[in-house]
Design a protein around this ligand. Structure first.
Ligand code: M6R
Length: 365
């Protein structure tokens, strides 16, 4: 049931404040102000030399965000790859490695094959899945379920942000178990994560502005998304969503890679989405943005008030989100990214919930 929404995707985007709240309460102990992930002991974070992560599509991009978290908050090296590559790569593994697989459906063929490879190698297997009775959930040693509820739209929206939420909690849990995250820092990060549902609600308030600029975007044939750090996977996610829903060709790049090739694409016809919360690397992203502006690129900056004030006049359009801490930013910035793809697709008149050539669950390789 779509309720009052035109599409399942719209409904699922708007469900995020609620389902993120459900997912947080499963994995955080609000009283103790700590991460509390049942079954995390199976992953043996304390003794790990490496965490291997594998998934497909948007689930892979959730994993890519978590690499920044595991490395920063838990000093845990992460090796992440898309499952279709990982499964044939014959990566060496030891009993000092554990593996994590991320999947909304829990049925994705390549992700399952990667899981089986790691299992054969003797690694402990964790799965972040939304469907608890799925094959991936059954074959894992431990399941960290996302409490997103059923996701009907082919585009992953609420499943993605719930995956990020589970992974953030896991990174804090790993940090504590590895003795690198102080109780004080954990408390602070948990308090920040607690803000996610209300921040998500505020992010949804940017929808009208996004709808307006999506109308212009729907005339473009190419688009570029840029970001650094955890905004880099979001740039990839923005491009993936736009492609799959509106059939507009889009690429996501790490902002620092711009001058290594993609800057040659810039002209006045290409919209460039810059995802840049005001953080420690904001200045770097802004200088890349100015390079785009100098070549006539049409910039849409997604940032906060501070970022907007510090960005000069390079952007034609700005989507303003509330100010927020580093750990929550990729979860919340996912929402405007989803809404841009959604509204552009609606303007294009494509089949939003069931884009051509795509299936919700990819059970063949
Ligand atoms: O069910 P899974 O999470 O394993 O699916 C993985 C991808 O097929 C999926 O995320 C796909 O990229 C989405 N359609 C993206 O919106």
């Amino acid at each position: 049931d779509k309720g009052n929404y035109k599409h399942f995707m719209a409904k699922e985007i708007h469900e995020q404040p609620e389902v993120l709240g459900h997912t947080l309460s499963r994995y955080l102990d609000y009283g103790a102000q700590s991460a509390k992930v049942a079954g995390a002991d199976k992953i043996k974070f304390k003794d790990l030399s490496r965490l291997v992560i594998s998934a497909c599509g948007t689930a892979y991009l959730a994993g890519l965000v978590s690499k920044y978290w595991f490395e920063k908050y838990a000093r845990l090296p992460v090796d992440i790859d898309i499952a279709s590559e990982f499964r044939y790569r014959e990566t060496p593994m030891s009993d000092k490695d554990s593996a994590l697989f991320i999947s909304q459906s829990g049925e994705t063929a390549d992700t399952l094959a990667s899981l089986r490879y790691c299992k054969e190698q003797g690694a402990a297997i964790g799965a972040v899945v939304n469907v608890p009775e799925s094959t991936i959930a059954r074959e894992a040693d431990v399941v960290f379920q996302t409490i997103a509820g059923p996701e009907i739209g082919v585009a992953s929206t609420k499943a993605f942000t719930c995956q990020l939420t589970v992974l953030a909690a896991l990174a804090l849990q790993a940090g504590r178990e590895r003795g690198v995250l102080s109780a004080e820092d954990e408390k602070k990060l948990v308090a920040e994560l607690t803000e996610v549902p209300s921040l998500a609600l505020k992010a949804l308030a940017s929808e009208q502005a996004i709808e307006k600029l999506s109308q212009t975007l729907s005339q473009a044939t190419n688009a570029l998304y840029l970001g650094r750090s955890t905004s880099f996977p979001l740039a990839l996610e923005g491009a993936l969503k736009l492609k799959e829903l509106s059939y507009i060709h889009a690429e996501g790049y790490a902002a620092g890679e711009l001058k290594h090739g993609p800057i040659a694409l810039i002209d006045e016809n290409i919209p460039v989405f810059v995802i840049a919360p005001y953080d420690r690397i904001f200045e770097k992203t802004v200088s890349n943005m100015q390079e785009v502006a100098a070549r006539g690129g049409r910039i849409v900056l997604i940032t906060d008030q501070k970022g907007a004030a510090e960005s000069g006049n390079a952007a034609q359009d700005t989507v303003i989100l509330p100010e927020m801490s580093d750990i929550v930013a990729p979860i919340i910035y996912a929402l405007p990214v989803q809404m841009i793809a959604y509204h552009t697709a609606v303007f294009m008149g494509t089949d939003v919930d069931q884009p051509r050539n795509l299936a919700k669950s990819v059970t063949v390789e």
